[in-house]
Design a protein around this ligand. Structure first.
Ligand SMILES: *Cc1c(COP(=O)(O)O)cnc(C)c1O
Length: 443
């Protein structure tokens, strides 16, 4: 077998270019991270060749002795780090894992509850464009005007609508999740409660965010966010879950396979096992705490620079910037302005966003990937200053309401970014900062 470089120069070059982009920029999308070289090695291994439908010791194909070793290790490590009696490590990613959670305990047409998308929730928690909002009757709960979850509303809606399943945990929320309060709500209305800790599972393992395990019946997490493993997911069943429904573990396993999926991605399973091992090291505990300390430093400096944050701060790994003081729909300009300066974030809705979800009025930015690069509080303060310089450089742009006008306006805006002296200056300083934090030096 030849080298990738000779065999497929086009793909080889794209991978090299992407590596340079990751090295030369500040990755602040809160759901992204840099997997370790060991995880990358497992992902590129021959484990991808093997079919192993079923579970360890119960496979439909021969030749799975070593695959069983890998999957058993991943399962045992997951059970140990989270303190749960059951784990399924086969879901292909977070969205299919959530579908498996639904179909383990719900039937089409059942009522389900999750955090509203515009309020920080995930598509798969019942939003209308997701199958989960079409197959089930979705009753979303919201955040209050101050940005914190409205627990009273969630309780009222749960008692009125008697959902079969409630989700707690989401994708754009910068405060601690009230797992205990949601546990009480679920108990009162008889619902299953699933925690979706996709974003924060690394923080939970490090002790930097409260664990949901004592309060919920099931836990879903992706493995590629703060957990820093390969793209994948796990569903865990808690003691509380088994007490409510002794068959719950079995239901989850049967829904994942044969209900939804075929052969597990064994190279990914190996990567998950490795990430879980890495996450039990004392160094990872420090890392998790540093992620939060970094987010706090970023938040404090942004606010000092006159930038408004939803809830005026953060408890976790992300900040939600509220750009409405500058007008509505400014997210696109700030996102693209930061991108041109080498800072990657994403536009996001803010509570009661006056603009549309596609052109929202906020920005979501996080510290997990920067913390993996070993950046600390002083670097966060510098980055906050760079971000506010960019915000101030683009905040005067106004999105036209007319669709055709809008396309032309955005095109012109993006052209202007490349000649904007302020953006060029920030880009230079971003490159300088990145060069002192080498990424994947051996690749
Ligand atoms: C990322 C995420 C998911 C979906 O994971 P994918 O792997 O992208 O399918 C589900 N729920 C939450 C809260 C997430 O943050």
């Amino acid at each position: 077998m030849g080298d990738l470089k000779d065999e497929d120069p086009e793909i080889y070059q794209a991978i090299r270019d992407e590596l340079s982009r990751q090295r030369d920029g500040l990755e602040m999308i809160p759901s992204e991270n840099f997997a370790s070289p060991a995880v990358l090695q497992a992902m590129g291994s021959i484990l991808t060749n093997k079919y192993s439908e079923g579970y360890p010791g119960k496979r439909y194909y021969a030749g799975n002795n070593f695959i069983d070793v890998v999957e058993r290790a991943a399962i045992e490590r997951a059970k140990k780090v989270f303190g749960v009696p059951h784990a399924n490590v086969q879901p292909y990613s977070g969205s299919p894992a959530n579908l498996a959670v639904y179909f383990s305990v719900c039937k089409p047409g059942d009522v389900i509850m999750g955090q509203n998308l515009q309020d920080g929730g995930h598509l798969t928690h019942g939003f209308k464009t997701s199958l989960t909002g079409q197959v089930f009757k979705s009753v979303p709960y919201h955040v209050k005007p101050d940005g914190y979850l409205d627990i009273e509303e969630a309780r009222r809606l749960a008692m009125e609508n008697k959902p079969k399943l409630i989700w707690v945990g989401s994708t754009a929320y910068s405060r601690e999740f009230p797992f205990e309060e949601f546990g009480k709500i679920a108990d009162e209305c008889g619902a299953y409660l699933a925690a979706d800790i996709s974003h924060i599972s690394g923080l939970v393992i490090a002790g930097a965010h409260k664990s949901p395990v004592n309060y919920v019946h099931m836990v879903m997490t992706t493995t590629h966010k703060t957990l820093r493993g390969p793209r994948g997911a796990m569903i865990m069943v808690t003691e509380k879950g088994l007490k409510k429904d002794p068959e719950l573990a079995d239901k989850v396993d049967k829904t994942v396979f044969p209900g939804m999926q075929g052969g597990p991605h064994n190279h990914t399973t190996a990567g998950i096992a490795i990430a879980l091992l890495e996450a039990t090291s004392p160094k990872f505990k420090e890392h998790g705490k540093q992620i939060v300390a970094n987010a706090r430093a970023l938040a404090d400096q942004l606010m000092k620079d006159g930038i408004k944050l939803v809830t005026n701060g953060t408890d976790n790994h992300m900040v939600l910037i509220d750009l409405t003081p500058f007008g509505k729909g400014k997210g696109i300009f700030v996102q693209d302005g930061l991108d041109a300066a080498g800072i990657t974030v994403n536009k996001n809705t803010v509570p009661n966003d006056p603009a549309s979800p596609f052109y929202p009025s906020g920005i979501r930015a996080g510290t997990p990937a920067l913390t993996t690069r070993e950046m600390k509080e002083k670097d966060m303060r510098l980055i906050a200053d760079l971000m506010s310089e960019v915000i101030n450089a683009v905040k005067h742009y106004e999105l036209p309401d007319d669709k055709d006008e809008r396309t032309a306006y955005l095109k012109k805006f993006r052209e202007e970014l490349w000649t904007n002296e302020k953006i060029k200056d920030v880009r230079r300083r971003v490159l300088e900062l990145c060069s002192t934090f080498p990424l994947y030096p051996n690749l």
